[in-house]
Ligand binder design. Structure first.
Ligand code: FES
Length: 192
């Protein structure tokens, strides 16, 4: 075969050059049509969110439903730290009690209004507890004297601990209208 035989014919070389490079055809999404890749991603996101929610809910059951409250029994310092004839408010916010010292001893009042449970304020000048919700008033002993409160403030047990500190026990309460303010524990006799 001669070199002439190996040369491509004129028709062959023109045909090769004219052939366009074939690229994969991608159909453009029609109007309103969501691309399949987007649909898959959305499905995975929803699935992931669902799994995360379930794991979170299951984890929540692993921990007990504990309500953290201040202890019902607590020491409240030494008697000498309290001024005579004063309403001491240092345990109002933390333990919801007022501690009152008289010349003969101590008693403890609940800070819960006996009307609907609001927290009264002690007004030093007027020497009374005044509830900001509906205006109930209580004198220093805890007796209700004005407003809708139907009964006196409650008292809690107070004794002396072995180390000489005041020991308040909110598990034991005393109600005046039931004649309980005369019971042992409702009043701590102390002359210091
Ligand atoms: S809650 Fe105190 S007066 Fe109503």
């Amino acid at each position: 075969m001669t070199d002439q035989d190996k040369q491509p014919t004129g028709d062959q070389s023109i045909g090769d050059k004219a052939k366009p490079q074939s690229a994969p055809l991608v159909r453009a999404p029609l109007r309103g049509e969501v691309p399949r890749r987007g649909l898959l991603l959305t499905a995975w996101l929803i699935f992931g969110a669902g799994v995360t929610g379930m794991v979170g809910a299951m984890t929540r059951f692993l921990f007990p439903n504990v309500l953290y409250e201040p202890p019902q029994e607590f020491k409240a310092g030494f008697p000498a730290e309290y001024a005579i004839d004063a309403v001491d408010t240092r345990y109002k916010a933390s333990n919801a009690v007022w501690i009152i010292r008289e010349s003969k001893g101590f008693y403890v009042l609940s800070t819960v209004c006996t009307h609907l449970g609001c927290t009264p304020n002690y007004l030093v000048a007027e020497e009374k507890f005044k509830c900001p919700c509906h205006g109930s008033g209580f004198i220093k002993s805890g007796i209700n004297v004005e407003g809708p409160a139907p009964r006196p403030l409650e008292r809690f047990k107070i004794t002396l601990a072995e180390d000489g500190q005041l020991l308040i026990d909110k598990n034991t309460k005393y109600q005046q209208e039931k004649g309980q303010w005369g019971l042992p524990g409702s009043y701590l006799e102390y002359v210091g």
